[in-house]
Design a protein around this ligand. Structure first.
Ligand code: ADP
Length: 408
């Protein structure tokens, strides 16, 4: 441009000199016309290159906008798929208080709310959640709270979104912590139950030992009776502690069965031999009819389950016979342990597998039971991928039915 300008100035000076020397207006006019044409052509070229430059810039701009859009779209779809697989709820409220986004988990937690493009006030149906969102939105600061809604517990975490110093909304994560809370509650209840269970025999021990200590002239018959009671309570405490240790092992994440192919009849026969003396003591007969079958089992743990079931059959039966039957039924091995005892009311069948649950605490204590036997038994059977069920008629008797898978 600069060189062109210089060239134009020189050309005009040349035209003036020609006019001064030749005094020929026609020549000068011709020269000026030539110069003007050149000048216009130059301007035309300049405009063309300018337009091309604009077009190039526009093209580049379009491409980078397109790229940016693509990138944002990719980020958004990544965010969407991440939010759907998060396993937690996600709520995004923008700076205007409009719900920008909720993922499927939030929709499943709070089905009564209509979300799309609504103000966050729409959450007012769920009071504790609304209170949290409102507080998060108004305070524009991080917040964390646990709420309870419809018998479920949720942990809420708010992270405010800022662009520079400007508040752009809230990102709220909702975790369903019902399972953790239930486990916590269960653990607390269990600790309280254990303390209670151990406190009773301890008080008995303390009481009897104090009487024995105080009353040195006690007649020998009573002394033997008291010592017998102390022994009984000590045995009960031992049973409770042994069962507690078994349960605590089972609760460990790394608890595993030691599976081996074995004939199930060997395990059941060995178990019967172990508990036979208890039946003899009560004048009860044990009969068994077992079909031989190789199963992939942990014999020690399965034997524990059968001991509990046969001992219970003996403990809760005053007269009659305990029948143990084992047979192959399609792809399962079925064991039935039937007694002619006190029976279990239908309404209690669900409860008897709970830890420390006893229908009649006095009878259970009398027999030295820990109240943990059936919960251990069920755990062992379930770990073998089997099932356990009960069929009982009050005052007639009970049958426990165990089904174990036969795997080739
Ligand atoms: P426990 O040590 O009290 O026997 P369990 O967990 O083995 O504890 O059993 C839980 C409860 O289930 C018992 O207290 C008893 O009330 C009931 N129960 C278990 N087996 C039988 C049975 N064969 N007949 C009647 N009641 C039973």
């Amino acid at each position: 441009m600069k060189s062109n300008n210089g060239y134009i100035v020189i050309s005009y000076l040349f035209a003036i000199i020609v006019f001064l020397i030749f005094k020929d207006a026609v020549l000068v006019a011709f020269l000026l016309l030539l110069l003007l044409t050149y000048h216009l052509y130059d301007i035309y070229q300049l405009k063309q290159s300018f337009l091309k430059e604009i077009a190039d810039t526009e093209g580049n701009l379009k491409i980078s906008i397109q790229k940016e859009k693509q990138k944002r779209l990719e980020n958004y779809s990544q965010f969407l798929s991440l939010s759907q697989t998060l396993g937690s709820g996600l709520i995004v409220v923008n700076d205007l208080g409009i719900i920008d986004f909720v993922n499927k988990d939030v929709k499943s937690y709070f089905i009564e709310v209509d979300y799309e493009n609504h103000e966050y006030k729409t959450f007012s149906l769920i009071k504790p959640l609304y209170k949290f969102i409102n507080e998060s939105y108004l305070l524009e600061s991080p917040l964390r709270k646990q709420i309870m809604y419809n018998d479920k517990y949720y942990d809420l975490v708010n992270t405010p979104i800022f662009e520079g110093r400007f508040f752009k909304g809230c990102l709220i994560i909702v975790h369903d912590i019902t399972a953790i809370k239930t486990a916590e509650k269960f653990q607390k209840q269990f600790t309280a139950d254990v303390s209670h269970e151990l406190k009773t025999p301890l008080s008995v021990l303390k009481g009897f030992s104090e009487i024995l200590d105080r009353d040195i002239n006690m007649d020998s018959k009573q002394r033997v009776e008291f010592i017998g009671m102390i022994k009984k309570e000590v045995n009960r405490m031992e049973t409770i502690i042994t069962d507690l240790l078994t349960i605590s092992k089972m609760d460990r994440l790394d608890y595993e069965l030691k599976l081996e192919k074995q004939d199930i009849t060997t395990v059941i026969n060995d178990t019967i031999n172990l508990v036979k003396s208890f039946a003899v003591e009560k004048n009860l007969k044990i009969s068994h009819n077992l079909e031989s079958c190789m199963l992939n089992i942990d014999a020690t743990k399965l034997s524990l389950a059968f001991i509990n079931l046969i001992k219970n059959a003996i403990n809760y039966t005053d007269e009659g016979v305990i029948k143990i039957k084992g047979m192959i039924k399609e792809k399962n091995y079925i064991v039935k342990i039937t007694d002619t005892g006190i029976g279990i009311d239908n309404s209690e069948v669900e409860n008897i597998f709970k830890r420390f649950y006893r229908i009649d605490s006095n009878r259970s204590r009398e027999t030295g039971g820990s109240g943990l036997g059936l919960s251990i038994t069920k755990n062992v059977i379930l770990r073998h991928e089997g099932t356990i069920s009960v069929d009982s008629v009050l005052n007639k008797g009970t049958t426990f039915i165990i089904s174990l898978p036969i795997k080739k």
